[in-house]
Write a protein that binds this ligand. Structure first.
Ligand code: C5P
Length: 244
């Protein structure tokens, strides 16, 4: 999945055109959504891509459920809620997505629960949560999400082995925090792995932002990442790229 973390729809459509055929879904996050709103989501959907709406809902159950209904009407394929919003909030989100999709005769969007942000290290987590370890916190939130019926989770690649060990195999694991090498000085992502390492550790999907959208040639960067994971990728000008 490629994060369209750009401030306008023209940039997002350009990026979608460059990488859309190489990736499984395009992610609309806070920046693009704040700039372009639902029309931006419709325009990215119109490129033929699957859309991951990453607004990380975290509010009372009623409000989250209503936001999830609207997102479902927009036709997104994935959307995020914060697991720290608690079990009733997550349960409301899952039920709202299921009910709204059924009423519309569409596939239910996959709700993904965000555990601990991949930008947080142990010291930052302790500053917010008190005495707790990152792994323990991720495991607690992941188990809560699964108990609430949430079908997938967003986690750092570092926590993939742990979550694969303790959760049912059908739980969809999505990991940002992907870097081709160690994070550069000033990068906010702290707990990173390479694409191939993340897939080997049990990711179903990786989410890549800056290594693609900030690259001089985003399509070449996306192709290099796909190839580093052993995916067969056709060269530009040779037709559609294949695979997830
Ligand atoms: O640029 P970078 O590859 O760090 O982008 C990662 C993307 O994944 C960003 O859009 C960020 O909002 C998102 N994300 C994250 N950590 C989470 C959930 C989402 O980095 N826990």
């Amino acid at each position: 999945m490629v994060a369209l973390d750009v401030p306008d729809i023209e940039g997002a459509e350009r990026l979608a055109g460059q990488v859309g055929g190489l990736v499984g879904a395009l992610k609309v996050g806070s920046e693009l959504f704040t700039a372009c709103g639902p029309e931006g989501v419709r325009r990215i959907r119109a490129t033929g891509a699957r859309v991951f709406l990453d607004l990380k809902f975290h509010d009372i159950p009623h409000t989250v459920a209503r936001a999830v209904r609207v997102a479902t009407r927009l036709g997104v394929d994935f959307l995020t809620v914060h697991t720290s919003g608690g079990e009733p909030m997550m349960r409301s989100a899952v039920e709202a997505a299921r009910e709204e999709a059924a009423a519309l005769g569409r596939a239910t969007p996959t709700i993904l629960g965000v555990t601990v942000l991949t930008s947080m290290d142990a010291a930052q987590l302790r500053a917010v949560m008190g005495e707790t370890e990152v792994a323990a916190q991720v495991e607690r939130l992941a188990r809560l999400a699964v108990a609430a019926g949430v079908p997938g989770l967003v986690c750092s690649p570092m926590e993939l082995p742990l979550l694969r060990r303790v959760l049912p195999r059908e739980v969809v694991l999505v990991t940002p925090g992907i870097r081709m090498g160690p994070p550069a000085a000033g990068d906010d992502q702290k707990r990173t792995l390479s694409p191939a390492e993340a897939m080997a550790a049990g990711a179903d999907w990786i989410v890549v932002g800056r290594p693609i959208h900030a690259a001089p040639d985003p399509a070449a960067a996306a192709r290099a990442i796909a190839e580093s994971m052993g995916m067969a990728v056709e060269r530009a000008g040779e037709g559609e790229a294949s695979g997830r």
